[in-house]
Design a protein around this ligand. Structure first.
Ligand code: PNS
Length: 162
């Protein structure tokens, strides 16, 4: 039986912290689906299609395994996607107690809804302070985001500052 995990998130935009979690997840599972999901609680910077494209290019540039696929989901619950592709595990990066508090209720609800388990993965300490919201803010104010994001993201946001 193939072990399939989903790494869900807004990825607005993908950061080096995300890429680290995706790479390590790929080392643990036969297939990893990186799933871009709209979070209604956040004001989006990039359209979903652009986030998917940047993720695909960042994953290819980093030479990550082809067992990783990128998709988006807007058809309902996250666990519906998991059931559709046969994934039994969600993987979330956890940088701090704030993330634990934010992720724990979702993990419990997702397990109650469909028996999908959530694994929390600690970031590489080098990325523990990196978040998409920080990147959006620095980019909007004209700062250098290259230490925090894959090269394709830095180039894209420099060319088309939003
Ligand atoms: O990167 P984010 O914004 O923290 O990701 C949050 C996300 C998109 C994974 C979360 O909002 C989510 O799971 N949305 C899907 C809707 C859903 O299934 N909700 C019910 C269970 S929490």
């Amino acid at each position: 039986m193939r072990r399939i995990a989903v790494v869900p998130g807004s990825f607005d935009p993908v950061t080096l912290g995300h890429l680290d979690v995706i790479e390590r997840a790929a080392g643990l599972f036969d297939e990893v689906h990186v799933l871009v999901v709209h979070n209604p609680g956040k004001t989006a910077l990039l359209p979903i299609s652009q986030r998917v494209s940047l993720l695909q290019r960042a994953i290819a540039d980093a030479g990550l395994p082809d067992t990783i696929t990128v998709a988006s989901w807007s058809m309902g619950l996250l666990v519906d996607y998991c059931l559709e592709v046969g994934a039994s595990v969600l993987i979330k990066g956890i940088r701090s107690q704030v993330d634990v508090a934010y992720e724990t209720p979702m993990a419990i609800v997702n397990r109650n809804l469909a028996g999908v388990e959530t694994i929390f993965m600690l970031p590489d300490p080098a990325n523990a302070h990196v978040s998409s919201s920080l990147v959006r803010q620095v980019a909007a104010l004209g700062g250098d985001i290259s230490p925090y994001v894959p090269r394709v993201v830095a180039e894209y946001l420099q060319k088309a500052p939003v």
